[in-house]
Design a protein around this ligand. Structure first.
Ligand code: IPD
Ligand code: CA
Ligand code: CA
Ligand code: CA
Length: 263
């Protein structure tokens, strides 16, 4: 499968940052770690990976704007193109030596996500998607799972960390979903939750209180694998609303209905 020029740029940035993360993952006990708030960690590894991605993407497309987790928004001359970057999604896993973490890079053109790359360096799994061009893992085409009923479905989610609050609400959501599905998983990396939906490893995913860099690339991954993504109200405001429900046509619809019981 031939990759487009823009996907190549994104893959190169993700792989370079991935090598940096892989090195730091091997010596995680030596990393400088600070707290942004209770239960909300950031390390040297996050910052280094972000620097690499910023440098690589700027070199290839000097005018594009950025939205990055650690540096925030960086306006470029071209405000019609914006990179949305999570340099290390799953920092808590990373710092605990759990090999489920990823780099997530999305490209937005005039407010629409047109390309996405998610890379888990510990498992060497590279997910790529371009609008209208399908979704791939290590160049193998992805398709969402075919299960049609919630009672057969394995669903992944995320639950808010200590400082984020909303714990009561999250428990109600979880209880409602638990009562209807075959099983619930919590991997700790939103971008990979969406990539796993795209890959058909899980049947659906929902989560609230997210940031745009957690989901931007994953949303495209799911759509290009034939799946559906909406916010909790059933609209397309996932990035701003910070919540998301994903799955194939049937699971998305049923999961949305279940999650909506808590709003
Ligand atoms: C977090 C992860 C986690 C999700 C949190 C995110 P970070 O991102 O994606 O799965 O539940 O809401 O903040 O901080 O590790 O990049
Ligand atoms: Ca973080
Ligand atoms: Ca994240
Ligand atoms: Ca992060």
């Amino acid at each position: 499968m031939a990759r487009s020029a823009i996907i190549n740029v994104m893959v190169q940035a993700a792989m370079k940052a991935g090598r940096s993360l892989a090195r730091d993952f091997g010596e995680v006990q030596n990393l400088q770690v600070s707290l942004k708030g209770p239960g909300d960690y950031v390390s040297q590894a996050d910052r280094k990976a972000e620097e690499i991605i910023h440098a690589e993407l700027s070199k290839a497309r000097p005018s594009y704007s950025f939205l990055m987790e650690e540096r925030g928004a960086v306006e470029g001359e071209d405000d019609q193109h914006r990179w949305i970057v999570d340099p290390l999604d799953g920092t808590t896993n990373f710092l605990h030596g759990i090999p489920i973490f990823a780099i997530s890079i999305a490209l937005e053109r005039q407010g629409q996500i047109v390309a996405g790359v998610i890379y888990n360096p510990a498992m060497d799994e590279l997910y790529t998607a371009e609008r209208g061009g399908g979704a791939f893992m290590n160049d193998r085409r992805l398709r969402v799972a075919a299960r049609k009923t919630l009672s057969d479905a394995v669903i992944t989610t995320g639950i808010p960390h200590l400082g984020r609050g909303h714990h009561g609400h999250a428990l109600v959501e979880l209880k409602n979903v638990m009562g209807e599905v075959a099983g619930v998983r919590r991997f700790g990396t939103a971008s990979l939750d969406l990539a796993y939906v795209a890959a058909g490893r899980v049947d659906g995913y929902w989560e609230s209180w997210l940031a745009p860099w957690d989901t931007a690339a994953g949303i495209l991954m799911v759509r290009e694998a034939g799946g559906f993504c909406t916010d909790i109200k059933g609209g397309q405001d996932m990035l701003d609303a910070g919540n998301i429900v994903a799955g194939n046509e049937f699971i998305h619809k049923a999961l949305l209905k279940t999650v909506q019981k808590s709003i």
